[in-house]
Design a protein around this ligand. Structure first.
Ligand SMILES: *[C@@H]1O[C@H](CO)[C@@H](O)[C@H](O)[C@H]1NC(C)=O
Ligand SMILES: *[C@@H]1O[C@H](CO)[C@@H](O)[C@H](O)[C@H]1NC(C)=O
Length: 583
């Protein structure tokens, strides 16, 4: 454990560092806040010297500073005076949503220069946003909706290159949107509805839905054109020029993508031609708009899951496993939360591709898929963060450390859940693949519902492996990962549920794959022999699953069923066997 701590601390030391401050001063600021407002802060035990024990106060012990203040729905009322929140110079997350706070925001809020998330929605704040607030360039999420803020949306916004979310709906902001928003490349969630805004919508915002602008007097895309005159301004020649320009640009991008794709794939296909990890560097220089920083980017809207890297790496972590894409750790934060940290190795795509890919993955939400909560693209480390929502891997349940036996109905339910998760992934686009389905990447909740993890990551790293018995023959042969290959790997997991055998072991014991062993057994009508003796259900109930698994692991990719066929088939089996209990 200690060695690990040191390892985490190692890259912590490489970060741009905050000056070590005095927690006593921050404690005094919190006491001033407590006496200025009514509400649950009164429950803080002020005889305790360490404010980090107070509810809602998050600290980073390595720098001894307050980094988070989270008091959502805590019955707070009154005003926030200066020298309270504004004195918490290392504050990253401020969440005071759904209270009854009023008055102006303290001007010194702008001195919290490392703020990444500010959640003040659902209060009665009024007046203008303090000068300088909208230049805090680490801001990722700002939610000021449902307050009484006035004034204009200030210029200077352009420096917020990390901003992902801006919700200011239901306030009294007035006037035009003076910023062009073009440098806000990460902006994904945007809502200015129900404000007294006028003028035209900057083109950068035209892709947001009309619902982002309801109840305003704004015009232009995506709303109605501002005036007839603006519309046909571009001459035919100009339009042709723009079209040709875009085509060249698209071709450039496609060429770049193709080469980087090949680079990734080549490494994967020819294990003999191993490149040393040091030479695996980003293929392209990141474009200027991408700012390399050792900042964790949080995906999703969960302000409870927003830690600083310092908070995260502030010790106590255990290794959960080493896999294809890197190592996985479970980190315990100071506040007692757990975070799963995947440390990727041999990342072989450019920073821009990495960020785009990871953000795509982060936007995928399904009950049977693990949600990517955040990532760090650092100079030395590429980390992915997940929330632990599980109770051991399927592999641990079937072959390992967890000794409670899985009855057949639980196994059938697990198969159905995995299939639905993968079907959802495959439905996003024909190119969306998991790429690394195996029982150690499937986690079970307390109710034994499966959560499939690690999807979409194989494209980001260069790796050399034989897939431990899960890889379809065509992947081993030519390194091409496809939805058909996912179906093969799913079939192997299904066989694993049926036989209780680990495909890794099957490879070692017999020099052939689990799928092959089972195929031979069924050909010779020895089906019963392959069924896990721990399953106490009649073989006739298991038979249809076995034949489905065999068709999934067909050597010819085009003869395998699709994930949609598989879920349909599993549902039919369920109905025919009257197994309501599989849900
Ligand atoms: C407050 O903290 C002090 C010292 O840490 C402790 O003795 C006291 O019991 C606490 N009071 C409450 C109400 O928890
Ligand atoms: C923006 O906020 C308004 C009012 O709260 C809501 O009606 C609208 O659906 C929101 N738009 C989006 C895109 O979420």
């Amino acid at each position: 454990m200690n060695l690990l701590c040191r390892r985490f601390l190692f890259f912590l030391l490489l970060l741009p560092y905050l000056n070590s401050g005095d927690l006593a001063d921050e404690r005094a600021a919190l006491i001033r806040l407590r006496s200025a407002v009514r509400g649950r802060t009164l429950l803080w035990n002020t005889t305790t010297l360490d404010p980090c024990f107070w509810k809602g106060v998050g600290c980073d012990k390595t720098i001894n500073r307050v980094t988070a203040l989270r008091l959502p729905g805590s019955g707070l009322s009154g005003e926030l005076p200066p020298n309270t929140v504004g004195s918490l110079a290392a504050l990253r997350v401020l969440s005071l949503r759904e209270n009854s706070l009023s008055g102006r925001l303290p001007p010194d809020l702008a001195s919290c220069t490392v703020l990444t998330g500010v959640y003040l929605q659902g209060n009665r704040f009024s007046g203008e946003i303090p000068d300088g607030f909208f230049t805090l360039n680490r801001l990722q999420r700002v939610d000021f909706s449902r307050n009484d803020f006035t004034g204009t949306i200030p210029p200077g916004f352009d420096s917020l290159t990390q901003l992902r979310t801006l919700f200011i709906e239901n306030n009294r902001f007035a006037g035009p949107l003076t910023t062009d928003f073009h440098s806000l490349v990460r902006l994904r969630n945007f809502n200015v509805s129900f404000n007294a805004l006028t003028g035209s919508i900057p083109s950068r915002l035209a892709a947001f839905p009309p619902q982002s602008f309801v109840g305003t007097s704004l015009c232009g895309r995506p709303l109605l054109p501002c005036s007839g005159a603006d519309r046909d301004k571009l001459s035919g020649g100009a339009i042709a020029g723009i079209a040709a320009g875009s085509l060249v640009f698209i071709l450039l991008i496609l060429t770049a993508l193709f080469f980087s794709w090949r680079k990734c794939r080549r490494r994967e296909i020819s294990p003999t031609n191993q490149t040393s990890p040091a030479s695996i560097s980003p293929v392209h220089k990141p474009p200027e708009e991408i700012i390399t920083s050792n900042e964790i980017v949080f995906l999703g809207e969960d302000d409870e899951f927003a830690y600083s890297l310092e908070e995260l790496m502030g010790c106590s972590a255990e290794v959960m496993g080493k896999g294809l894409v890197g190592s996985t750790y479970k980190a315990y934060t100071e506040s007692g939360d757990q975070v799963i940290v995947k440390r990727l190795r041999n990342v072989c795509v450019s920073e821009e591709q990495f960020r785009r890919r990871v953000e795509e993955i982060g936007s995928i939400v399904h009950e049977n898929l693990d949600v990517l909560k955040g990532y760090l693209y650092g100079t030395l480390e590429k980390l992915l963060l997940y929330q632990p929502n599980h109770n051991g891997s399927l592999s641990a349940h079937l072959h390992g450390t967890i000794s409670t036996p899985l009855p057949w109905e639980a196994r059938a339910k697990i198969a159905g859940g995995i299939a639905r998760g993968i079907r959802y992934l495959h439905s996003i686009s024909t190119k969306t693949v998991h790429g690394n389905i195996k029982s150690s990447n499937v986690f079970l909740t307390a109710n034994l519902d499966p959560i499939v993890s690690e999807y979409g990551l194989v494209d980001l790293v260069a790796f050399f492996d034989d897939g431990g018995g899960y890889r379809a023959p065509e992947v081993l042969e030519c390194g091409y990962i496809s939805q058909e290959a996912d179906v093969y790997s799913f079939g192997v997991v299904l066989l694993e549920l049926i036989t209780g055998k680990s495909p890794d072991k099957a490879v070692k014991e017999d020099g052939s794959e689990l799928a092959h062993l089972v195929r031979l057994a069924t050909r010779d009508q020895r089906d019963i022999e392959v069924i896990d003796p721990a399953i106490n259900d009649s073989p006739e109930n298991i038979e249809p699953f076995l034949s489905l698994a065999i068709s999934c692991t067909a050597p010819e990719p085009h003869t395998r069923p699709s994930m949609a066929d598989i879920t349909r088939r599993l549902d039919e089996i369920k109905v025919s066997q009257h197994f309501g209990k599989y849900d």
